[in-house]
Design a protein around this ligand. Structure first.
Ligand code: FPP
Length: 255
């Protein structure tokens, strides 16, 4: 097993754990449920939105950590189809975060060859949110490095149902035969197509749930949970999760 040495010389937090990683078993796709922003803020007697702001700042750090070790796709669950039920002010605050995040971080993301993507329904998002994301997608579309994929206005059951509806329509239109529907074909009807399934799912804040996130795609992913809230989750913790992933033997139902 080759140890990881890519960034020695520019020491950042987590380098000691990162140096213990094996370079030939880095997860291609890491997905993260960034939970606990509200509780992080409440513990500090701050408004909930201060937790979201701090959580937004953490996105850059964890993106760079993933990029450093050669992760190819980092999907971050930023807003679910169920999150619309939150108070209007909180939803508005969350919807404005891309307007702050991308202008501030885009140059560094570009210089690190990061590509921005979004998985979720554009319908229902405010125009200003969509524009901020679409600009970032356009500005980074020729990059070839890490895909930073924001799951925004995303819910997995809705994704699967709408995939089934389109599949049934294609079968009716005789574009697809029922007999040829297999896992690979069904995956093409999901919003995540053509991304690979996550190898590792991280959820912060101590909740042990999947919360309607990539239910199909996570079928064989390794799950890693931490009590830490998202704003306090550091590069070091990210590398610890990858180290634990490397210790596990993935058997996909075999022996
Ligand atoms: C869950 O914590 C977190 C969210 C619903 C929002 C996550 C969003 C970010 C971290 C920012 C994303 C950045 C960009 C640029 C889109 P919670 O509020 O449910 O925490 P709680 O369970 O403690 O209340």
């Amino acid at each position: 097993m080759k140890p990881f040495k890519k960034w020695f010389g520019s020491k950042t937090e987590g380098d000691d754990t990162a140096s213990r990683l094996s370079a030939d078993n880095i997860p291609n796709h890491v997905a993260v449920i960034m939970d606990g922003n509200g509780r992080w803020a409440q513990k500090r007697s701050l408004p909930r939105v201060a937790g979201h702001h701090s959580g937004m700042k953490n996105v850059k750090k964890i993106t760079m950590a993933a990029n450093n070790i050669g992760v190819q796709v980092l999907t971050l669950y930023a807003f679910s189809t169920e999150n619309w039920k939150r108070p209007k002010e909180e939803v508005e605050y969350l919807m404005k975060l891309p307007l702050e995040f991308f202008p501030k971080e885009i140059d560094e993301l570009i210089s690190n060859n990061v590509q921005i993507r979004m998985t979720g329904w554009k319908e229902g998002l405010p125009d200003y949110t969509l524009k901020a994301i679409q600009d970032a997608i356009d500005q980074t579309k020729h990059n070839t490095g890490l895909i930073l994929n924001f799951a925004l206005n995303y819910g997995s059951r809705k994704e699967m149902l709408s995939g089934v509806q389109r599949l049934v329509q294609d079968a009716r239109d005789q574009k697809v035969n029922a007999e040829e529907i297999d896992e690979a074909l069904f995956s093409k009807y999901l919003l995540t197509d053509p991304l690979p399934d996550p190898d590792l799912l991280i959820r912060t804040s101590g909740e042990l749930r999947i919360s309607n996130f990539m239910l199909w795609q996570l079928a064989y992913s390794e799950l890693w949970f931490t009590e830490l809230c998202w704003p306090e989750f550091t590069e070091e913790h990210f590398y610890e999760a990858v180290l634990e992933y490397q210790r596990r033997a993935r058997r996909y139902g075999g022996l």
